[in-house]
Design a protein around this ligand. Structure first.
Ligand SMILES: CC(=O)SCCNC(=O)CCNC(=O)[C@H](O)C(C)(C)COP(=O)(O)OP(=O)(O)OC[C@H]1O[C@@H](n2cnc3c(N)ncnc32)[C@H](O)[C@@H]1OP(=O)(O)O
Ligand SMILES: CC(C)C(=O)C(=O)O
Length: 630
């Protein structure tokens, strides 16, 4: 060995001065007394000192993503080799069927020389003719003679396949794993390529193409990786009609995505017979940047991406094919994969891998379309309403109308979700969240000031219970606050009102109303029957009061009629809307009332629901009156 990677140790210690390095400009954390830590950073060395590489000729930063790459799922191989319990054939078959149904056309199905399960699975796919004509399987092998033989044996009878061989080319593995100089490492690849070509001659009837990976590329000098790949290309002799895949793995993610993209652009521009090469990426996620690395490397000239659904795979996983695909979708690019049943896809993947996805997983985690915080909820509610209005004004189909909703980069429906979990309420939420749930689930469109008033009730509940306030809690609180004396089951909107946890309260209940107009004066005359249950602390039996009043409309006449009970009510604001359409239509009314005389007057809202709009407004006034007496 000429040089050892461990010779870099003094360089690491000397160059990683961190905060204490006198050569670095002094870091100024304004107003923040941040101190040097005890973390052993001198143990590590900057990437560019391990693998020096500069590529100022790069042009990728000026490019834009324009089309989907060629996809290859490696779930059944790289994903599988990372599992505590690798998939059995039943799970593998379910996964295979899933990938085919989503539209993946290249699927790495295993490492047939590694295990009987992999070998048998591949035989089953071939013998049972389970491989659709437009799908190509890939099989992986190390660049070792006996393993390559076994790989070809596994492919007997297959119509078309990709033989994928690899060996590590990294500085570190050359030294510690293979104990070979660069020439020896290149020879491994060349020998494997030669053996493949030889075996191909006996593999009658199989349309074989090749894939070569300089494994641990991120720890390899790009110039050396290029040299090895070119040497392999010289043996395989691909043509534009029958190209080969050169697959560049970030086996371990070791650098920022821009550096990876520079390396890919360097290969894109310098690989021999580039028009006969499919330049492929195989990013892992060790530093959490696999998606970014993939997207930048696609700008840099890559044609193909290998990864796993939801980012399963060794350690922190392979790049997540669903996220890369859906990131294209939200840029208006067809991902050429069907993600419309992503929830079902998730179930199958979780079953097969026996690994649960995180609540925050992009596009599919349980919380990714959920806003708990008030300002987000307010913006989402307004965004959804504005979009509906805009689509209606353009007579456009809402399902395909431009998606522009704050905080929601994608329409949950496009990945098979619903709006149900978009807004969830807890102590961080504002009035918008609660108002959204009442609107979506109970068709009540509360006026703004009523939202402010009821939000205090919800907030108090959230603070007391210190947990999420579910839709059913909000509905119970709302009924208790505004609709306590409504009869259960009377109206469809209140069909679920029979709630044993609700205690009926409220002094007054409207039993009947008869409205007439006086043609001579244009006045409205009202006659009402009101049940008076007495004050909360009285033991008075309910009494029925028959009252009448006159006014310039039903509300004014009703206010006049109930003044006889000593109720001094002025209506300050009024809103109403239908809750349903058709013959059994139900209406909701909201009134803001000033009740009582100075100095005890109160401004308070009431809500009424009834099949008659007029009756619902009268009920709303009594709802406000009852609330002042609660
Ligand atoms: C980054 C990746 O994901 S690469 C894919 C990795 N996947 C897997 O390894 C899963 C399947 N693998 C296996 O089941 C086993 O590794 C087998 C059956 C393939 C081989 O097992 P073993 O023969 O015990 O060898 P093992 O994999 O430990 O490799 C050790 C030897 O192979 C050599 N070797 C490892 N990889 C390669 C390679 N790609 N090409 C050539 N030689 C290699 C090593 O240098 C070592 O040689 P040595 O014994 O002379 O020191
Ligand atoms: C075999 C190669 C492509 C691999 O799986 C990796 O480098 O992660």
């Amino acid at each position: 060995m000429t040089n050892s990677v461990f010779d870099l140790a003094p360089l690491a210690a000397a160059s990683n001065g961190g905060n204490n390095d006198p050569r670095l400009p002094r870091q100024r954390y304004v107003g923040c007394p941040q101190a040097p830590s005890k973390m052993p950073y001198t143990k590590y060395i900057a990437y560019d000192k391990q693998v020096p590489f500069e590529y100022p000729e790069r042009t990728w930063p000026d490019k834009k993503l324009q089309r989907a790459p060629r996809w290859c799922s490696v779930d059944l191989r790289d994903g599988n080799q990372s599992l505590v319990n690798p998939m059995d054939s039943e799970r593998k078959l379910r996964f295979w069927n899933l990938l085919v149904s989503m539209g993946y056309k290249e699927i790495e199905v295993g490492f047939p020389s590694a295990s009987e399960t992999d070998y048998d699975f591949i035989r089953m796919l071939i013998e049972r003719e389970l491989i659709p004509d437009d799908v190509t399987i890939a099989v992986l092998t190390q660049a070792r003679e006996h393993l390559i033989h076994k790989t070809y044996e596994a492919l007997r009878g297959c119509k078309r396949a990709i033989v994928h061989f690899y060996n590590s080319t990294s500085v570190l593995q050359r030294e510690v794993v293979f104990r070979k100089e660069k020439e020896g490492i290149k020879q491994l690849a060349v020998d494997a390529a030669k053996l493949c070509k030889e075996l191909e001659e006996d593999a009658h009837g199989i349309d074989i193409s090749y894939e070569y990976s300089p494994e641990s590329f991120t720890g390899t000098e790009p110039e050396f990786a290029l040299e090895v790949c070119d040497a392999v290309v010289d043996i395989i002799k691909p043509t534009p009609e029958h190209p080969m895949i050169i697959n560049i793995p970030a086996t371990v993610e070791m650098t920022t995505p821009n550096v990876f993209a520079d390396q890919i652009e360097f290969l894109d521009r310098n690989l021999k017979n580039r028009d006969s090469i499919v330049l492929s990426l195989h990013p892992h996620n060790d530093e959490g940047m696999a998606i970014a690395a993939t997207e930048l490397a696609l700008l840099a000239g890559a044609d193909r991406v290998e990864g796993c659904l939801f980012g399963n795979g060794e350690r922190t996983g392979n790049v997540d094919l669903c996220t890369v695909g859906l990131n294209l979708l939200v840029q208006g690019i067809d991902p050429q994969i069907d993600f419309s049943r992503l929830h079902e896809v998730r179930k199958v993947v979780e079953y097969c891998n026996q690994v649960q996805l995180s609540e925050r997983h992009p596009y599919i985690g349980n919380f990714v379309f959920t806003a708990f915080s008030g300002s987000h909820q307010d913006a989402i509610k307004k965004g959804i309403e504005a979009r509906e209005l805009a689509a209606a004004s353009q007579n456009a189909d809402l399902d395909s109308f431009l998606w522009q909703v704050p905080y929601l980069p994608i329409d949950p429906k496009d990945v098979g979700g619903t709006y149900e979990a978009v807004i969830r309420v807890n102590s961080q939420s504002g009035k918008g969240g609660m108002a959204y749930l009442l609107k979506v689930n109970h068709h009540l469109d509360l006026p703004k000031r009523l939202q402010v008033e009821f939000d205090k009730v919800v907030q108090r509940y959230a603070d007391e219970t210190k947990r999420e306030v579910k839709d059913e809690d909000i509905w119970r609180l709302f009924k208790d606050e505004y609709l306590p004396v409504e009869e259960s089951g009377k109206h469809p909107a209140l069909a679920d009102s029979h709630d044993a946890t609700l205690e009926k309260w409220g002094r007054y209940r409207l039993m009947a109303a008869n409205i007439m107009s006086d043609e001579s004066s244009n006045d409205t005359i009202i006659k009402v029957k009101i049940q008076d249950n007495g004050m909360p602390d009285d033991n008075q039996e309910p009494r029925v009061r028959e009252l009448s009043g006159v006014g310039n409309g039903p509300i004014a006449a009703f206010v006049n009629a109930i003044s006889i009970l000593g109720l001094n009510v002025s209506v300050l604001d009024y809103a109403e809307h239908a809750l349903s359409s058709g013959g059994d239509a139900v209406a909701a009314s909201y009134v803001e009332c000033q009740i009582g005389d100075e100095p005890e007057e109160q401004i308070i809202w009431g809500v009424g629901i009834d099949s008659s709009i007029t009756t619902s407004s009268l009920k709303a006034i009594l709802s406000a009156v009852n609330r002042t007496q609660r």
